[in-house]
Design a protein around this ligand. Structure first.
Ligand code: ATP
Length: 253
């Protein structure tokens, strides 16, 4: 399963183009770091790919097969057409930036809401998926606690667990390690890497260069000058070169 962006122009308001001419082919089995300065349009691009913002031009396609001969491409988004979210929920998981729960439910019930997206599962399959993800996200010890009584970092892990509970084949996460302590940053990145190794297509908006180098297979780096654009795409060591970091972030490193 690949996500293909063709000539994508997108922005937050109608006619307000932020990113232009985005041509990227995201592959399954790959963990992507989507990076760039504050305001470069990372969340905007992720939301467009997720179907939460409508493109102003261009298209997003879902390719079901890597076999170019087989015509198995589905149009997900264009200025005229958006696939319904309930259809996307069967294969896509999305975690928004600074996500916060608003229901006063125990952690286990919040995570169970994620598994509800899988109408094809038996109650036993759903229960197994919930237990697995509580363990993977290190939420077992807090499983019975009301989610609103947890720290911000703990809530963040619970909401990631909710997204993962449905075993999405496309996982789109916006700054999943923000606010987490170093150990949990590592474990969340390891979890995303494992999802990719098991075949998921994972795009993570992130700022931490060291974590991107350590865990990600590919970096999509956005630039802001003269206007927002895709500056570079490639392996972390190729993209995160000192001269590139200077050009994009103005830092020596
Ligand atoms: N809801 C909105 N309506 C209009 N403009 C917005 C909206 N949200 C963000 N913007 C603007 O769009 C631009 C890109 O924002 P976006 O959140 O996509 O950037 P980002 O790269 O994810 O930034 P950050 O690293 O700070 O999270 C910014 O200039 C921002 O001010």
């Amino acid at each position: 399963m690949n996500l293909v962006c063709n000539g994508l122009n997108t922005g937050y308001r109608r006619h307000a183009e932020l990113l232009k001419d985005v041509d990227i082919n995201f592959h399954s089995g790959v963990l992507y770091a989507l990076m760039g300065e504050n305001g470069a349009g990372k969340s905007c691009l992720l939301k467009t790919v997720a179907g939460l913002l409508k493109p102003l031009a261009g298209e997003v396609h879902l390719q079901h097969s890597t076999d170019a001969a087989a015509d198995t491409s589905t149009l997900l988004a264009s200025p005229r057409r958006q696939r319904p979210m309930r259809e996307r929920a069967r294969w896509q998981g999305y975690l928004e930036q600074q996500a916060r729960p608003f229901w006063s439910l125990p952690v286990r019930d919040i995570v169970a809401l994620g598994a509800d997206a899988r109408r094809d599962w038996s109650p036993e399959e759903a229960e197994n998926a919930i237990e697995l993800v509580l363990r993977q996200c290190q939420c077992q010890s807090i499983a019975e606690r009301p989610v609103l009584e947890l720290s911000a970092g703990e809530q963040q892990r619970v909401l990631l667990a909710r997204v993962l509970a449905a075993k999405p084949r496309v996982l789109l996460v916006d700054e999943p390690t923000a606010g987490l302590d170093p150990r949990h940053q590592q474990s969340v990145m390891q979890l995303l890497k494992t999802q990719a190794e098991q075949g998921a297509l994972v795009i993570a908006v992130m700022h931490d260069i060291a974590l991107a180098r350590q865990f990600c297979d590919q970096v999509v780096l956005l630039g802001r000058e003269p206007s927002a654009h895709v500056f570079s795409v490639g392996k972390p060591d190729q993209v995160l070169q000192p001269e590139t970091l200077y050009k994009v972030f103005g830092i020596r490193g």
